[in-house]
Design a binder for this molecule. Structure first.
Ligand code: SF4
Length: 264
């Protein structure tokens, strides 16, 4: 993949409609001209962060503050799933890293992939997340099997995300109110995690939208993105005016990926 040249940006503020609450004003960066969904992901990230910040404020007022913090990296050993646009954005981020950082991360990708290969998980991961995206039982089994391997995300550096500003949407949507120790046993009968679910699952919506059309959700485990670099870089996303594209995406997400009663 050749290095991607970022498009010129402009900043604008959008009003995000919320049921039963005043619209939320969110400053977002948007490309100055026609762009693809991959190029407007920074705006989608800004909306995700604004929604999470709002949820965090509400929870703090209710006496249930979010307990996640720097150095608390257990969630970065989970199976992280990305839609195609996000997978391509992640690869662009990887390619734009300084040489030494990129090589370190790439080596961790390779080590993680070897662990998956020797554990025999690779075929199942491909099948579960590319051909049967709605098989939630299988997805749960894969998440548990992946977790048991304790493979840190390749971008994790000394307990902190090495691409924090550009981390995927699902990482932004992941927060807990339970003590960090509870994160160490996320599955099984002893699990006591209380997760803060976002009011709109923008990561899920981004996996089912290509900038113009809605299609069957197709997600890929983060570690496998490196293996799909060539097809992902050749994937043609519609190129359109960014503002109506973002509006259409948010409308789609609010209609189909909104959750009820958050936070509770
Ligand atoms: S991208 Fe960053 S936040 Fe997401 S799992 Fe990797 S290290 Fe953690």
């Amino acid at each position: 993949m050749t290095t991607h040249t970022p498009l010129p940006q402009r900043r604008m503020t959008i009003a995000l409609a919320r049921p039963g609450a005043p619209a939320l004003a969110v400053p977002v960066p948007l490309p100055a001209g026609p762009a693809s969904l991959v190029d407007i992901l920074p705006a989608v990230r800004a909306v995700t962060d604004a929604l999470q910040d709002e949820a965090a404020r509400t929870l703090a007022e209710m006496g249930r503050p979010i307990s996640c913090g720097r150095g608390c990296d257990t969630c970065c050993k989970h199976l992280v799933m990305l839609g195609e646009a996000e997978a391509l954005a992640l690869l662009r981020t990887l390619r734009a890293l300084p040489d030494e950082h990129r090589e370190r991360v790439t080596e961790r990708f390779r080590a993680g992939l070897e662990r998956l290969e020797s554990a025999g998980l690779m075929p199942d991961l491909y099948a579960a997340f590319t051909r049967q995206p709605y098989d939630s039982r299988r997805r749960g089994e894969m998440q548990t099997a992946y977790w048991e391997l304790a493979i840190p995300c390749p971008f994790l550096d000394d307990g902190a995300c090495g691409i924090y500003a550009e981390r995927p949407l699902v990482c932004r949507q992941y927060a807990m109110t339970t003590p960090p120790e509870a994160c160490r046993t996320p599955f099984g009968p002893d699990a006591a995690l209380v997760k803060v679910l976002p009011p709109i699952d923008l990561a899920g919506a981004a996996a089912a939208f290509d900038g113009q059309w809605v299609h069957a959700s197709r997600v890929l485990p983060l570690l496998l993105c490196l293996l799909r670099e060539v097809p992902l870089s050749q994937r043609l996303f519609p190129v359109l005016e960014p503002e109506p594209m973002l509006a259409r995406f948010l409308e789609f997400a609010s209609e189909h990926y909104a959750r009820k009663a958050q936070p509770s």
